[in-house]
Design a protein around this ligand. Structure first.
Ligand code: CU
Length: 113
């Protein structure tokens, strides 16, 4: 289990480093914060401005999730383990639905104006 977690963390780090939409977060001040808790994205629906970065934080005690903008054509991202975060920059206007990869019933939407 430990080794599996390390591998997932490595995969996620690689995805973060090579994705134009995400980074490890230290340099960016997110405009909006969301929580992932009890199998829900909270708030489920948000509105941000073009150029804003949104940060999701996994507040579960042991369950991992992901934030997957599948309809936007994004590849499936790595899992976010408890205490970890996911950042995404929104650089164009529109409405962008997303869901959790392992739990497709978990949905949310980001409106960018
Ligand atoms: Cu999930």
């Amino acid at each position: 289990m430990f080794l599996k977690r390390v591998n997932l963390a490595a995969v996620m780090l690689a995805l973060l480093l090579f994705s134009p939409f995400a980074n490890t977060g230290d340099a960016v001040q997110p405009a909006v914060e969301l929580e992932i808790f009890k199998y829900q994205f909270t708030p489920k629906e948000i509105t941000v401005n073009v150029g804003d970065t949104v940060r999701w934080t996994n507040k579960e005690t042991r369950q991992y999730h992901s934030v997957w903008f599948e309809q936007s054509g994004d590849p499936e991202p790595g899992y976010i383990f408890p205490g970890e975060t996911y950042l995404r920059l929104f650089d164009k206007a529109g409405s962008f639905p997303y869901h959790c990869g392992p739990h497709p019933e978990m949905t949310g939407i980001v409106h960018v104006q």
